[in-house]
Design a protein around this ligand. Structure first.
Ligand SMILES: NC(=O)c1ccc[n+]([C@@H]2O[C@H](COP(=O)([O-])OP(=O)(O)OC[C@H]3O[C@@H](n4cnc5c(N)ncnc54)[C@H](O)[C@@H]3O)[C@@H](O)[C@H]2O)c1
Ligand SMILES: [Zn+2]
Length: 366
């Protein structure tokens, strides 16, 4: 079974990737804590527990306590944390207890933060159940919740003891969620891993079909890429920035559509296309490389059409006013498998990249 080691200055833990991991979750937790299994508290959503709870519970001798959070990004808030803290205390959770995050990125982000603050910090493991959580949010130690003013504005770095990514849970994931999550793997290929890129071209049918073996390969390579980057730059002082490829414009699209029309990965798909067009105008990718990248992003679509003028997206992207007429840092592809980070993308250059992206959208919408 593939295991990727995450090694940062503050933590060292394995990401285990395979089939049927949830069946043996208790034994895996025991190994992760390195001794007798303490009391276990599973944080999950009712829908996920309904689908996978029986399998998970069957692996434990002592039944774990299950705490629920309703599905939806709107529950990723401080009030949910406070309620969970009260429920943990009420149920007798102590400093030795272990939390298990069983769910997508929302559950992972809440549980990691909860583990960091309950009794000033207890241990937790991640059992990510969405592709996005497996390849992205469960690795790297960023945890947190949203404020009315914006997403992920409160949180902390808090690493799990281990991550268990079971390919079988992806079997119940809606196809749209799977495809959106795969855009983060497409991103991984474009920025740092030409081999992953080629695998995603070659095996696209099996991957999109949800074939466990094909997915295992993609998840492993994606996690390996993220682990390498996080290892070199745990706190996002420099290199970790490359993970933001596609996210500058992607976040603007999410904000402009009020986080309702597109899934995160879909917005990132469009954002990667905008960055690709800027890279093409600068001669950072050849025509052939441009076409391959564009085709791969669209294969892992469909990316929903939205109606926002380029001007509005430029304004939302520009952010820092100090840069007058320019944008802050921008990650652009350089060929396939490498990037450059630039600071001199003008508003006009950005606008033409976004216009080119909208042209692709019109073409794809036909
Ligand atoms: N911490 C990080 O580094 C990081 C990185 C990227 C994203 N995130 C965060 O992750 C969140 C998005 O995560 P997500 O895309 O996993 O969304 P999500 O957690 O909301 O899950 C998406 C939907 O899929 C359902 N679901 C989950 N697993 C399922 C399964 N196996 N079968 C059927 N249904 C299932 C969920 O109930 C939910 O309705 C955002 O809050 C984002 O900010 C964090
Ligand atoms: Zn992302």
């Amino acid at each position: 079974m593939p295991t990727v080691a995450v090694n940062t200055p503050s933590a060292k833990y394995p990401v285990e990737i395979g089939r049927g991991l949830l069946r043996t979750l208790a034994a895996r937790c025991k190994k992760a804590v390195g001794g007798k299994l303490p009391r276990v508290f599973i944080i999950t959503q009712p829908e996920i527990w309904g689908l996978w709870g029986e399998r998970v519970a069957a692996s434990f001798q002592e039944p774990p306590t299950v705490l629920f959070v309703p599905a939806g990004e709107r529950h990723k808030r401080m009030r949910t944390l406070e309620r969970l803290c009260e429920e943990l205390a009420e149920a007798g959770a102590d400093r030795d207890s272990l939390l298990v995050a069983l769910g997508g990125g929302v559950i992972g982000d809440i549980t990691g933060f909860l583990a960091a603050i309950y009794m000033r910090g207890i241990r937790y493991v991640q059992a990510p159940t969405t592709l996005l959580a497996q390849v992205d949010s469960s690795v790297g130690g960023k945890t947190g919740v949203n404020l009315a003013a914006g997403k992920n504005l409160v949180g902390t770095f808090s690493h799990p003891l281990a991550v268990f990514a079971d390919m079988e849970v992806l079997g119940t994931l809606p196809a749209r969620e799977l495809r959106a999550g795969l855009q983060e793997s497409v991103k991984a290929g474009i920025i740092r891993d030409a081999k992953l890129f080629a695998t995603m071209e070659k095996n696209r049918e099996a991957i999109l079909d949800g074939d466990a073996k094909a997915l295992e390969q993609v998840v492993t390579a994606s996690v390996r890429m993220k682990a390498r980057v996080v290892q070199l730059d745990e706190r996002e002082s420099g290199l970790r920035m490359v993970l933001n490829f596609g996210h500058t414009v992607g976040h603007a699209i999410e904000a402009a559509t009020k986080y309702k029309q597109l899934l995160h990965g879909e917005a990132i798909g469009w954002g990667m296309i905008a960055a690709l067009e800027i890279a093409r105008n600068r001669g950072l990718v050849t025509r052939r490389q441009h076409d391959r990248v564009l085709r791969l992003i669209l294969w892992y679509g469909p990316l929903p059409v939205f109606h926002v003028p380029a001007k509005r997206l430029v304004a939302l992207t520009a952010g820092d006013k100090k840069n007058r007429g320019g944008v802050r840092r921008f990650v652009l592809p350089k060929g396939i498998g490498a990037t450059v980070t630039v600071t001199d993308v003008s508003a006009q250059e950005l606008a033409s990249g976004i216009e080119a992206m909208l042209a692709v959208m019109r073409q794809a919408g036909r």
